[in-house]
Design a binder for this molecule. Sequence first.
Ligand code: NAD
Length: 309
Amino acid sequence: MNVLVTGGAGFIGAALANRLLPAGHHVRVLDDLSAGNPERLHADIHFTRGDVTDKPKLWALLHKVDCVYHLAARVSVPESILYPREYNATNVGGTVALMEAMRDAGVKRVVLASSGAIYGEQTQTLVTEMLRPHPTSPYGVSKLSAEHYVTTIGRLWGIETVILRIFNAFGPGQPLPPAHPPVIPLFIQQALGGGSVTIFGEGRQVRDFVFIDDVVHALVTAATAQGVNQQIINIGSGVGTSINQLAEMVGRVTRAAMHILRVGTESGGVSRLVADIAQAQTLLAYRPQTSLPAGLQLTIDNDVRFRQR
Ligand code: NAD
């Protein structure tokens, strides 16, 4: 297949592009490098630097493409609270521009990387795709809006659409920006650095951490699976882990003499968000292969930032 991965120089996109290439696909990547790094990509991947709202660039890249994986997005919840207009422009405007360009180029299918963030606070232990979303940030709103555009436009124009609501992905190469870093690489860095692992508040927030290889496998499968048109599918591990439990696991896996420093209060966000993955099991034969402890070990072993210590 000829595929385009938007946001393909990012954490998930690069892992996906590098997986598709050895499977025999011709892989093109579009990324504006606002957060991505093209050095992550195998040399045989056709990389173009550009904005996902740039339709002429999209047209050129979509020639003879069979499937688009749409991952280009601004991805920080706290940042989205400061800059909702920018999040809307990229995450919603970029999605609509892509759909228009796909229609013009005659592309058959799009797989959209959406997010568990669209659910917001829910009462259920496991969230199913049927629940009414209550996003609590502009980021969540933008991803939900992108979902609506993709399914609605797809239905109107005969483009097949598959939406994957990804929960908390982690693994080697996950960015560690100084402002609002994701919790797993931050804890590993803090533990291996011999310092304290910082937990805000009680550490009782529960999340669904899913290893990058499982996310990539689901994305790959979604491009060719039958009976998935117009479907929305959770991609998580199905297992809830509190921040306190995560800190303990990081301590065990790193074997670091770390101690936990509790400061302030929890930094916002919902109290619990864990995926019901029954739909993914049925439609994509999805079975997460890597447990959280195993994924933490793989992250430490395969991430150059942690190996050098
Ligand atoms: P990432 O920031 O590493 O990747 C996003 C990529 O998009 C970056 O390389 C960035 O440079 C690029 N990008 C941003 N704006 C762009 C624009 N205007 N034009 C072209 N490229 C642009 O983040 P990620 O974690 O790899 O996320 C990939 C996708 O998966 C996103 O759509 C995100 O919303 C979704 N997602 C990720 C997670 C997770 O846990 N990592 C969870 C749920 C959903």
